[in-house]
Structure formats: structure tokens, C-alpha cells
Design a protein around this ligand. Structure first.
Ligand code: NDP
Ligand code: HSE
Length: 403
């Protein structure tokens, strides 16, 4: 018997219980010993739940039960979840997590603790919800030097952008729908301001390059600055606006990592990724480009990834995985200021003023634009160059084009 305890019976935790129960017969055919849900820890009571007899409120019950093999942490945050994860690993229990905030901030420490204790710390669900990405990245693409990872990494913001464009919803209406669907973080500013995508690109970069990348090292811009006017201008020239997380290998073992809205050409498959779907493009020096696509958030898709980790452990509960990355460094991450690309600019100025400032440019049009507004695509420039060139133009929006 492989005994599992779930910490936190919210969107993801309740999904994990449901998948373990609904697909229990199938799962047991895939592992040497049956997987059984033994405990659920939550601060609330769930008297009407079919799992009601399994609830406990004291973590030490789980910590001290030698029968518990796998602890599933789906509480979220980096406070109590950190304490419980450390204690579970120190008690010799494997831990599976969907908590990207915890992995991105404390992943290196927790992986090393797991290694010392001879257990595993797995977190497939922490990036891309139901999309298999971390295991393929580290196993199926292990023969490659990963040169670049670029993706739509947040379901909530992609859902908001899609619903605003396709259904004409306001930002607040679209966010409310994302929350009702269980996609958003407890504090949705983590989604909207790009911090969630930042945590995910940190995890992807750490797995790709073997060093811990801290979220505070990664320049991060969310979608609050994206207006429907920007969406219309982008559309007029065959682009969609997407919030991208990017990590690009640099010389001397440095990494350029950042999160920002981008204009993505309709010819790029990332532009067609809508609603809660995420997509991650990985470039390896042998394989070339590979893309992973699926539901990036939500109860059952995320539970699918969590339970896959539980099954992986259940195949051999005593197999400890080596830590997948080592410590980072203060000078590991270089700013995206080094990257040259075209830029989308919307400013309160004339086309002539824009040309005088930026040289050759592609003017854009949209219906109902105010007379003083000009939007255009620049030629290739770095961030400092475009900011300097446009400093006198009353810029309203400035986004990179994904070239
Ligand atoms: P929820 O807020 O829905 O669930 C968290 C649960 O943990 C709640 O039931 C909460 O209770 C409970 N909880 C809070 N504090 C404690 C505590 N001290 N002891 C025990 N239980 C506690 O979050 P989600 O399920 O949405 O997310 C969980 C984690 O998974 C987060 O890290 C999130 O980022 C990640 N994730 C979420 C996805 C999604 O689609 N929702 C997808 C991928 C990852 P109460 O509500 O009463 O506070
Ligand atoms: N809030 C996250 C998102 C959950 O919307 O992508 C999945 O990690």
C-alpha cells in the first residue's frame, strides 16, 4: 500500500482526491502497490464531502504516521506550506506539490533536503497546470543543451485577454470568470501583475540551466498596461498580445529571463493559444523547437499532473531523485535590455514626431482612434535604445514584438 496525505482541500487538493478516487482502479494497475488516500488536512470542515472521514486538522498526525509515503502539498504560498514541506521531507516522506511560489523561492533548499533524506520532491503541476512539461524537459530532452524557453505560462491572464477580445468583457468581468473557474491565485494580482508567470519561468530556467533562479532576479511586467486599443492595433497588423515568460541561455553560463506582454505574430503557434490554455516552446540544440500545449490551470487538469507525480513515486517509493538544480548567484540573470527586437509603441504624438524619434517605422491603424494617437512598430532596437528614442513622445504602451 502507498499511503497519500493531501494538505489543503481547495481547488487543486479536492481535484487530487477526486482523481485518486475516480481513476483509482486504473492507477492501481499502473503501480506495484495500491495507492490509498489516507488523510486530508485543511483548516475548514467538509462534513458533506465523500472524503469526510479522512480529514485531520493537525499536521503532526501526518508527519508522525510512518505509513504515510507521499504528502501532496496544495495549500499554496511560501509560509505554512514551506514549514509543512520541510517537516514532511525531514520525516522521510516524499512530497508532491503544485505550489510554484514555494518551488521558485525555496526549490533549491527543498530539493537538497529531499536528496539528503533519500526521498523525492516533485512538482510537475507547478508549471503549465495539466501540461506535461517538467518531466519531458528533464527526461525526454535530456540530450539537449536548452537554448531557450518561451511560453504563455499563466492561464488567468490568457483567459482575461481572450475574453476581453472575443466576448467584449471588461477586465473585471473576465477576472471574475477566471476566479469562478478556479484559475486565479488567492491574490489575483499574482496573475495579473505577472508574478505567477515569473515563478514558472524561474522553475523552467532552473530545470533547463541547473541553477536556482530567484523571482526577484527576473524583470516582470503584467497585463495591467494592455488596453483594448493595443489589442486592436496589434490585430490590424496580424499580431496578438500575449503575456510571455522567456528564458534565454547567454554566454558564460548566464541567463536572460523576463516576463512581459509581447506582440506575437499570427504565424506563431503561440498566438492561437486562447482562454485558460498555456503553451511552452522549448528550443534544444539537437531537437530544435518543441511545443507543449494544454490547460494551464483548473481543478482536474492540475490534479492530473499532481497525481502523475504520485504515481511516479508509487512505482518505487524508495527511489530518491537527485536534486535537479543547484544554488544560483546574484549575477546569474542578465537583463533583457541586451536583446534586440522590434517594438510596438502607442503614443500621444504625430506620425512625423514618431519618425523623427525612431526612424523607419510601420504605422498602425484602428477604428475610432483619437486624433493625437499614433501607434507603430519600430525597427530592431534594444530596450534602452527604444526608451531613449521615444522619451519625448508621451508613450502610452511599449511592448516587444516576438521576432
Ligand atoms: P485554494 O485556495 O483553492 O486551496 C488551498 C486550500 O488550502 C484551501 O482549502 C485552504 O483553506 C487550505 N489551507 C489554507 N491554509 C491551510 C493550513 N494552514 N492548513 C491546511 N489547509 C490550509 O488554492 P488552489 O487549490 O487553487 O491552489 C493551491 C496551490 O496550487 C497554489 O500554490 C496554487 O498556486 C497552485 N496551483 C493552482 C492551480 C489552479 O488552477 N487553481 C493550478 C496550478 C497550481 P481556506 O480556503 O479556508 O483558506
Ligand atoms: N493562477 C495560475 C494560472 C494557476 O492562472 O495560471 C495555474 O498555475
Amino acid at each position: 500500500m502507498v499511503n497519500v496525505a493531501i494538505l489543503g482541500f481547495g481547488t487543486v487538493g479536492s481535484g487530487v482526491a477526486e482523481v485518486l478516487s475516480t481513476n483509482g482502479g486504473l492507477i492501481d494497475q499502473r503501480v506495484p502497490n495500491p495507492v490509498r488516500l489516507k488523510y486530508i488536512l485543511d483548516v475548514r470542515d467538509f462534513p458533506d464531502s465523500p472524503f469526510a472521514p479522512l480529514f485531520v486538522k493537525d499536521f503532526s498526525v501526518i508527519e508522525q504516521d510512518p505509513e504515510v509515503d507521499v504528502v501532496v502539498e496544495t495549500i499554496g504560498g511560501a509560509t505554512i506550506a514551506l514549514d509543512f514541506t520541510r517537516r514532511a521531507l525531514a520525516a522521510g516522506k516524499n512530497v508532491v506539490s503544485s505550489n510554484k511560489e514555494l518551488v521558485a523561492t525555496h526549490g533549491c533548499e527543498l530539493l537538497q533536503l529531499a536528496q539528503r533524506e533519500g526521498v523525492s520532491y516533485l512538482f510537475e503541476a507547478s508549471v503549465g497546470g495539466g501540461i506535461p512539461i517538467l518531466r519531458p524537459l528533464t527526461a525526454c530532452l535530456a540530450a539537449n543543451e536548452i537554448t531557450q524557453v518561451c511560453g504563455i505560462l499563466n492561464g488567468t491572464t490568457n483567459y482575461i485577454l481572450t475574453r476581453m477580445i472575443k466576448a467584449g468583457l471588461t477586465f473585471d468581468q473576465a477576472l471574475k470568470e477566471a476566479q469562478d473557474n478556479g484559475y486565479a491565485e488567492r491574490d489575483p494580482s499574482a496573475d495579473v501583475d505577472g508574478h505567477d508567470a515569473c515563478r514558472k519561468i524561474c522553475i523552467l530556467a532552473a530545470l533547463s540551466y541547473g541553477r536556482h533562479v530567484r523571482p526577484d532576479q527576473v524583470p516582470t511586467q503584467g497585463i495591467r498596461g494592455v488596453s483594448l486599443a493595443d489589442v486592436a492595433y496589434a490585430d490590424s497588423c496580424g499580431y496578438k498580445i500575449k503575456l510571455l515568460g522567456r528564458a534565454i541561455r547567454q554566454p558564460e553560463d548566464k541567463i536572460c529571463a523576463f516576463v512581459a506582454p509581447h506582440l506575437v505574430s499570427d504565424e506563431n503557434p503561440l498566438s492561437g493559444v486562447e482562454d485558460v490554455f498555456n503553451a511552452i516552446s522549448v528550443t534544444g540544440n539537437a531537437v530544435g523547437d518543441v511545443m507543449f500545449y494544454g490547460r494551464g490551470a483548473g481543478k482536474l487538469p492540475t490534479a492530473s499532473a499532481v497525481v502523475a507525480d504520485v504515481i511516479d513515486i508509487a512505482k518505487d517509493v524508495h527511489k530518491a531523485r537527485p536534486a535537479q538544480w543547484g544554488p544560483g548567484a546574484d549575477d546569474l540573470v542578465v537583463s533583457d535590455d541586451i536583446l534586440t527586437s522590434r517594438w510596438y509603441v502607442r503614443a500621444d504624438c504625430s506620425v512625423e514626431q514618431a519618425r523623427a524619434a525612431c526612424g523607419e517605422l510601420q504605422p498602425l491603424a484602428r477604428g475610432g482612434a483619437p486624433k493625437e494617437e499614433t501607434a507603430f512598430l519600430t525597427g530592431p532596437m534594444t530596450g534602452p535604445q527604444v526608451r531613449k528614442a521615444t522619451e519625448g513622445l508621451q508613450v502610452q504602451s511599449l511592448f516587444r514584438v516576438l521576432d
